[in-house]
Design a protein around this ligand. Structure first.
Ligand code: UFG
Length: 323
């Protein structure tokens, strides 16, 4: 298929593009490079430098690529930043995304695949979390993604635009070529691995008094190559709806630090800090629906294997992408 990938120069997008090309799809990446990196775009893909806020550019890009499917990764995705600058999140993740939806309808695109998040659930009523739990986001980031989910429902009902929305849990790991390089890094695994690389004296543990066995937050880490596979499965006609993507296993912050120590063979010093605002204590996916309806089978169910791929990438690219 001809697939237009927004945010294809970003962390998850870059690996999805690589996997799409490997599966024989033709890929055009549309990215404004605000967070992404030109070097993260697979050389086999076409690249369009542009912003989703530019309605005409988006229309031209969708048409020029003879787009049959859109995979929409491009978004701002920092929970903390969204609490201080909500307008940035609603403008980019909702209003600019609407330009893409309209362009897809105008061009007769067959399938729209959207990167949503478990942050749309807020603090979950129960874990593991199924797709039917109430969605009550506790930050503008999660709210912006939920708003876009709602747009998708209407665009499918009124314009017949078939969609799949994936609610990712914690994306982690790397492929051989592409990995995690945020200009400001807030995520746990890359920050812990920086200590192992000797780039920082210690990492930080945000909150040690949560109602969890070791007092630190529990998350469900999912390899980005497994996320990418789900997107490829979603392209098949008739596949539609909302799906959680996680491994169904929760690991605490302390367990992540221990896994990073084991994989790197380095002692990692950690400072205990107060809680970070907006962090739910425990987020773990029930992803049976994706397995059942899409035939999705993660290849990296174990945290240590995920960390090993991240460690290998960071060792090869200690400064990330050199831009
Ligand atoms: N944490 C630390 N120290 C750090 C970084 C993080 O203790 O240096 C803790 C956080 O407080 C949290 C856990 O590690 O408890 C994971 O934090 P991340 O920042 O790696 O990931 P989040 O769970 O906060 O957020 C990620 C994505 C969001 C997405 C969310 C869904 O960044 O886009 O997962 O859970 F919405």
């Amino acid at each position: 298929m001809n697939v237009l990938v927004t945010g294809g120069a970003g962390y998850i997008g870059s690996v999805c593009v690589e996997e799409l090309l490997g599966a024989g799809h033709a890929v055009t990446v549309l990215d404004n490079l605000s967070e992404g990196h030109r070097a993260a775009v697979d050389a086999r893909a076409n690249f369009v430098h542009g912003d989703l806020a530019d309605r005409e550019l988006v229309q031209r890009a969708v048409r020029a690529a003879k787009t049959e499917a859109v995979i929409h990764f491009a978004a701002h995705a920092l929970v903390g930043e969204s609490m201080t600058n909500p307008g940035k999140y609603f403008r980019n993740n909702v209003a600019s995304g609407l330009n893409l939806l309209d362009a897809a309808v105008e061009a007769g695109v067959k399938k729209f695949v959207f990167s949503s998040t478990c942050a749309t659930y807020g603090v979950p009523e129960r874990v593991p979390m199924t797709e039917d739990l109430p969605q009550r986001p506790v930050n503008p980031y999660g709210e912006s993604k939920l708003m876009f989910e709602k747009l998708l429902r209407w665009y499918e009902e009124l314009h017949g635009l078939e969609f799949v929305a994936f609610r990712y849990f914690n994306a982690a790991g790397a492929s051989e070529k592409f990995g995690e390089h945020h200009r400001v890094e807030t995520h746990l695994i890359p920050n812990v691995l920086r200590v192992a690389l000797g780039q920082k004296p210690h990492c930080e543990i945000f909150g040690t008094d949560y109602p969890t066995p070791d007092g630190t937050c529990i998350r469900d880490y999912i390899h980005i190559a497994d996320l990418a596979q789900a997107h490829i499965l979603a392209l098949a006609p008739g596949r539609r709806g909302f799906f959680n993507l996680g491994n169904g296993a929760g690991y605490s912050v302390r367990e992540v630090v221990a896994a990073c120590e084991k994989i790197s063979g380095q002692k990692i010093s950690a400072l205990e800090r107060p809680r970070r605002p907006g962090d739910p204590p425990r987020l773990v996916a029930a992803a049976a629906k994706a397995a059942r309806e899409l035939g999705w089978r993660p290849k990296f169910p174990k945290l240590e294997d995920i960390v090993a791929t991240a460690w290998a990438w960071h060792r090869r690219h200690p400064q990330g992408y050199a831009d």
